[in-house]
Design a protein around this ligand. Structure first.
Ligand code: LRH
Ligand code: MN
Length: 390
């Protein structure tokens, strides 16, 4: 085993688990086109079978996040049993108040209490699902906002949002949490009711200690120093979860680390520095991506490996030497120590380590050589390919 990855580093990597999103295995696209793919799952059971392939070859993705109603089934016990058979569990339950006509002008913030109650009831359904699946986290992302100045009373909406969230929070079980995801725009193009970490932090802090902020790496204005936000939320003890992906322009939902590997490294360094990978860390790590043109299972395999590789590099930063350089005001020295770790190729050491744990040195090659892709393309004929439709 090459010297780079010390037993301490390997111990951290050993317990790293990344939730994979069920919706990444279905069809996705843009307003211009959603492309189909032979073998795309047609139901949540097939999505979970595909997600399990990622864990099978990487050992990194033991849990699948689900989205309601996209993954609504008659028998959640059967879904849990199927997941267990496939060697995975069911994780974060994602609510959806962004595809219903009644929510055109809002859901949890809507002026009409009947519409708000409908949206609150949807979250009660999600909590019922969590009770069946044993999930800890309810993740709420809200598409709510306005497109033109004057269209909405932004202050009133914040007050109604708090009231609605408080009713949802009250329904959570004692081992359950709520994570509130922010996003600076889209689908609303003038104001978004939860646009930034500060608003999410203000809203969850008003609820209680089982409410946290969810940081989606694609949800910030260009130029935002995301790792600073990570540092601050960890410092405040309110970073509940990540939605990992990457982007060149907007909420592109591309493979994490693909667009800006150095940003992923800087984010993971603040995670390490802030205790986000400690044994008792409350932070959940999830992918939130869409594989619009690339093969989905390989895309997910590449994604979790990117997170693992950047985590290993972040753990390689010589923190003591860095601290000494910082205290000495040695600007370039400190930066050089930081960059040394980023520029260290950990892939050979990780491949060796995988083999030592009975995993393939090259998970992608192992999956592509397994015949699974050809099998699902042949078997999954007929029915409707899953996508972002209920
Ligand atoms: C919104 C979002 C949210 C999910 C959806 C699939 O952009 O990031 O986390 O519900 O994507
Ligand atoms: Mn997200």
């Amino acid at each position: 085993m090459s010297t780079q990855l010390t037993p301490d580093i390997l111990a951290v990597l050993e317990r790293q688990g990344i939730e994979v999103p069920s919706w990444a295995y279905g069809n996705s696209g843009t307003r211009f086109k959603v492309f189909g793919t032979p073998g795309t799952p047609r139901d949540p059971f097939e999505k979970i079978s595909d997600a399990a392939q990622v864990h099978r070859y990487t050992g990194l993705a033991p849990v699948v996040a689900i989205h309601i109603p996209w993954d609504r089934v008659d028998d959640y016990d059967a879904l849990v049993a199927h997941a267990r058979e496939q060697g995975v569990g069911i994780g974060t339950v994602n609510s959806n108040t962004f595809q219903d006509d009644d929510y055109k002008f809002g859901a949890l913030t809507h002026e009409d209490p009947r519409v708000r109650q409908k949206a609150i009831d949807h979250h009660f359904e999600c909590i019922d699902v969590m009770d069946r699946t044993g999930s800890r986290d309810l993740k709420i992302w809200l598409a709510e906002g306005s497109n033109y100045p004057g269209q909405a009373d932004m202050r009133g909406r914040q007050d109604r949002l708090h009231e609605s969230l408080a009713k949802i929070y009250e329904r959570l079980g004692e081992d359950q949490r709520l994570v509130l995801e922010y996003k600076f725009f889209e689908p609303a193009f003038y104001h978004t009711d939860v646009p930034d970490w500060g608003t999410s932090y203000a809203q969850v802090s008003a609820l209680g200690d089982r409410a946290f902020v969810c940081l989606d790496t694609g949800h910030h204005a260009p130029g935002t120093n995301i790792e600073f936000i990570v540092m601050q939320l960890l410092r405040l003890g309110k970073l509940g979860s990540f939605d990992f992906n990457s982007r060149f322009y907007a909420d592109d939902d591309l493979i994490v680390g693909a667009a800006d590997p150095f940003q992923l490294f800087r984010i993971l360094f603040e995670v390490v520095r802030g205790g986000g990978l400690d044994v008792d860390s409350p932070v959940a790590f999830m992918l939130d991506q869409c594989h619009n043109v690339e093969d989905k299972i390989p895309g997910q395999i590449r994604s979790v490996l990117n997170v693992q590789e950047m985590t290993a590099r972040a753990l390689l930063v010589d923190r003591e030497a860095l601290r000494r350089a910082q205290l000495a005001g040695d600007v370039l020295g400190a930066n050089a120590i930081f960059m040394d770790a980023f520029q260290t190729d950990v892939r050979p050491a990780l491949a060796e380590w995988r083999q030592s744990r009975g995993l393939p040195a090259d998970p992608m090659a192992a999956y592509l050589g397994s015949g699974y892709r050809e099998r699902i393309a042949a078997d999954r004929v007929g029915g409707t390919q899953a996508g972002w439709g209920a």
